[in-house]
Design a binder for this molecule. Structure first.
Ligand code: G4P
Length: 531
């Protein structure tokens, strides 16, 4: 067995938010605490600026940086923290969803002025799919935000999760005085001139302590007493099993910009967040302490060096011990494979790693062996579950512009699809290719990369499409009929699964009525359930 101490000291998580809520700022503050960076602004450069939506040189430049920040590991208080970065830009949402399959929990950042936003809801949907534990950090308390009780109501309503505040703001915006920590009856006093760490922490014996009045004034002290009474009356106490099951989210308040409430958040996170969890495979549950190594690839980053077309596959270790130069089993290819130069991402620098345990992420140089979702083991044949494809939102037909480069185009688009840049659906006969994405930006990325990396030119044509559904049926004859009648809308995904490309939601509904034995799935996750 792997010693429990190796597992218990690791926390692997992602910080997620609607763009601009403060994810980058919070990440940076965490890294400063962990000594992983020395100056503010180091992570910022990773962001694809909003203005750069069609600037490929910028994207290409960022791609280099984002390898280094894909995983940010550091030690804090004898705990090994692995933060998995997720792209902020909504057009790369699919990348974020896949990264979420590799974490054990998340911190969700909410802007107190804007509350729950569109992308917040989507991200939470993905967390709910696998009961990922969530801590909510309500940010920007220095700004005139919404009433904290209203924010909690909104979280419960829109995100369908119970909440339990662990800290509570004393006023908000210009009048913001600090936060009261409900778990240890202490008050952190906010001072906007200090952006280091709030130094002034005042301990009160309980909420009735006169020291509270002296510290924040009688009016605010009384308001806080009322608020705390209401919180205790309305919200259930935090139950760790419920939090670990994704049923209740602890909530913290603070300001990432002013480094206020961040240290507490990090320390409480370390205390309560789950250690590397058991993972489901198509055969059995895999425990992190099992002797035998296993892991899966959740992200592939290509084109580190345009001259070599090399890629780096990010592998999440799920059990046992990953070792450099040891032969492992590539389950899908049924091949042995070993890695002489696997890398870890300590302090945002890449360095060769000799061993890694459950919860760790290692970067593996790859010459085309990996696809997203691939499992590595010590010989056992199982595949980890939970790297689904979601139906894209935008569909376009890929049209080859240069017939002499057909092969290059074919190879390029398949590789880009394997990397997860976009989804590829093909219809035969005719080899018609539809590219599905969640944002327009990907089409530009694909066009640019096909040209620069594969020497192929293409254009995209709009097609009427609303969604793809993966289809299965218990009635083989009905499936044959369905495929014949809907032949124009039947495609294969890159794994060869049959999908129905629906032109409207009505088309799905009418197909469902006409073919009752056919199931229409909106993610490919069912495939691993053997449906
Ligand atoms: P993101 O990664 O979620 O997209 O957000 P990011 O951290 O980049 O923050 C978005 C903007 O919000 C930034 O301002 C950042 O400085 C600001 N911000 C983050 N936390 C706080 C906070 O606690 N209080 C206040 N008042 N602002 C905060 P920007 O002007 O877009 O960028 P920059 O020019 O400051 O870098």
């Amino acid at each position: 067995m792997i010693p429990l101490s190796e597992i218990n000291k690791r926390r692997t998580f992602a910080i997620i938010s609607h763009p601009d809520a403060g994810k980058t700022t919070l990440t940076e503050k965490f890294l400063l605490f962990g000594g992983a960076i020395q100056t503010a602004g180091a992570v910022k450069s990773n962001k694809i600026k909003k203005s750069a939506t069609s600037d490929f040189m910028e994207i290409e430049r960022q791609r280099g940086i984002s390898v280094a920040t894909s995983v940010m590991s550091f030690e804090y208080d004898n705990t090994l923290i692995n933060i998995l970065d997720t792209p902020g830009h909504k057009d790369f949402a699919e990348d974020t969803y896949r990264t979420l399959t590799a974490v054990d929990s998340v911190i969700l950042v909410i802007d107190c002025v804007k509350g729950v936003e569109a992308q917040t809801e989507k991200l939470m949907e993905v967390c709910r799919m696998r009961n990922t534990p969530v801590i909510v950090f309500i940010n920007k308390l220095d700004m005139e935000g919404q009433d904290p009780f209203d924010l909690l109501d909104e979280l419960e309503d829109k995100l369908s999760i119970k909440v339990r505040p662990l800290s509570w703001p004393i006023n908000i915006g210009k009048q913001f005085k600090g936060v009261y920590k409900l778990y240890d009856s202490s008050i952190n006093i906010f001072d906007p001139s200090i952006t280091d760490v709030a130094k002034e922490v005042i301990h009160i014996s309980d909420i009735t302590d006169k020291l509270l009045d002296e510290t924040v004034g009688e009016k605010d002290a009384n308001q806080l007493r009322e608020d705390v009474e209401l919180i205790d009356g309305v919200y259930d106490k935090l139950s760790l099993p419920e939090y670990h099951n994704g049923e209740i989210a602890p909530v913290f308040f603070g300001s990432a910009l002013y480094n206020f409430g961040i240290k507490e958040l990090l320390e409480k996170f370390i205390e309560i967040a789950p250690t590397p969890r058991e993972r489901e495979s198509d055969q059995r549950h895999i425990k992190p302490t099992e002797d035998k190594f296993s892991g899966f690839v959740f992200k592939i980053h290509a084109n580190l060096d345009p001259n070599h077309r090399d890629r780096i596959a990010f592998l999440r270790v799920c059990s046992g011990k990953f070792e450099r130069n040891k032969f492992f089993h590539h389950v899908r290819n049924n091949k042995k494979i070993r890695f002489s130069a696997p890398v870890s991402f300590m302090a945002s620098r890449k360095s060769i790693v000799d061993e890694a345990f459950a919860g760790d992420v290692v970067g593996l140089y790859d010459t085309g062996n990996f696809k997203i979702g691939d499992t590595l083991t010590e010989g056992e044949k199982f595949m980890f579950k939970g790297i689904p494809s979601f139906s894209p939102e935008i569909f376009k037909e890929l049209v080859n512009v240069d017939p002499l480069k057909t092969k290059q185009l074919e190879k390029g688009i398949i590789q880009l699809a394997e990397e997860g840049v976009a989804q590829l659906f093909t219809r035969q006969p005719g080899n018609k290719k539809i590219i599905g994405t969640v944002g327009d930006l990907q089409f530009e990325v694909i066009q640019y990369r096909l040209q620069h990396e594969y020497g192929a030119t293409c254009r995209f044509e709009a097609i009427p499409a609303h969604k793809v559904c993966w289809v299965t049926s218990s009635d083989p004859q009905q499936m044959i009929d369905f495929k014949r009648i809907k032949a124009n809308n039947i495609y294969k995904d890159k794994e060869g699964n049959t999908v129905f490309l629906a032109e409207s939601s009505w088309a799905i509904q009418s197909a469902q009525e006409a073919f009752p034995s056919i199931k229409f799935h909106f993610t490919s996750e069912f495939l691993l359930d053997g449906a």
